[in-house]
Design a protein around this ligand. Structure first.
Ligand code: C5P
Length: 218
């Protein structure tokens, strides 16, 4: 029996994580936050003193990643890193190590293992193109750069962190450029993916649209 997968790809802070999680909840499906896997690898490398530029060393860190998902908490080598992986520094490190082919290869099977009955909603950059090419529904979820920067800004302020909109905008742009321009699995709308622009759309409407497309597919 094949396992139904919904692949949701898009740039940073487009809202794809929130939308994917809510869709998974509605359908009773499993959820894969593939960005978290890249973030965990970046953090694990940093903790081990491995340079983010050392491809084979980071690939080895990726291969032996000691991670446990306990509900919403993420445990790396015995420590709760749920918040630690969300920092801008680790996000930026994740996008650097994500450009290394050996690292992506080392993380492939780990991501595919999330596909279990009754189904999976997976969000990332290459869910539709590389990790789950036979996904039943593929969505490319995006929003304007300024809308995304503003969302990330509010998220950081909401967490009680200090944030500077200009710095966030520059950081998002740098990260998106790196994700789009890399040789392996670049961020791009798959040719069979449906485009969902959330610049003027709230989360609930975006979730409803994905669920509508899903019902049309099955
Ligand atoms: O989505 P998130 O911001 O958590 O992802 C962090 C970084 O991990 C991204 O900027 C991207 O470079 C990388 N990533 C990736 N492929 C994925 C998910 C994330 O390259 N499927």
């Amino acid at each position: 029996l094949s396992i139904p997968v919904i692949a949701i790809d898009g740039p940073s802070a487009s809202g794809k994580g929130t939308v994917a999680q809510l869709v998974a909840e509605q359908l009773g499906f499993h959820y894969l936050d593939s960005g978290a896997i890249y973030r965990l690898t970046a953090l694990a490398a940093k903790n081990k003193g491995v340079s983010w530029a050392d491809e084979s060393a980071v690939a080895s860190v990726a291969q032996y990643l000691d991670v446990v998902f306990e509900g919403a908490r993420i445990i790396l080598a015995g420590s709760d890193v749920t918040e630690a992986i969300r920092s801008e520094e680790i996000g930026s490190g994740a996008s650097k190590i994500a450009a290394l082919p050996q690292v992506r290869l080392a993380l492939l099977a780990r991501q595919q293992a999330f596909s279990m009955q009754p189904g999976l909603v997976a969000d990332g950059r290459d869910m539709a193109s590389v990790v789950f090419p036979s996904a039943v529904l593929k969505v490319f979820l995006t929003a304007s750069a300024s809308a995304r920067a503003e969302r990330r800004y509010k998220q950081l302020i909401g967490r009680g962190e200090t944030a500077d909109l200009a710095v966030i905008t520059a950081d998002l742009e740098a990260r998106d450029a790196r994700d789009r321009e890399r040789i392996v699995a670049p961020l791009a709308q798959a040719q069979d993916a449906l485009l969902l622009d959330t610049t003027e759309l709230d989360i609930q409407s975006a979730v409803r649209q994905v669920l509508t497309w899903w019902r049309q597919k099955i």
